[in-house]
Design a protein. Structure first.
Length: 95
């Protein structure tokens, strides 16, 4: 049976991915229309706070920021780092 913390963590990750993905799509739309863009710092902050899976997926699906080195290498590295932290947390909780 899942604990309340597992539900909270799962909900948090889901919400952060929805927010990060939404901001990424909005930035792509604004880029096409030459509108006011979402700062890269904001996109990276959302990725750092748990939205890296959606940003990485959308980078390839909508082909946005794929030529930017800091995104094409930074987001995957960040995602791997987050997976390692989550894995370590789960392993230490189980043991």
């Amino acid at each position: 049976m899942k604990s309340i913390m597992e539900y909270i963590a799962g909900s948090y990750i889901f919400i952060m991915n929805v927010i990060a993905g939404s901001l990424f799509i909005i930035d792509k739309q604004r880029a096409r229309k030459k509108g006011r863009r979402i700062p890269e710092k904001t996109l990276f902050l959302c990725a750092f706070l748990g939205g890296s899976p959606s940003i990485l997926l959308l980078m390839h699906v909508i082909r946005h920021k794929t030529r930017k080195k800091k995104f094409s290498t930074g987001i995957p590295v960040l995602l791997v780092f987050q997976v390692l932290i989550i894995t370590a947390a789960v392993v230490t909780t189980v043991v």
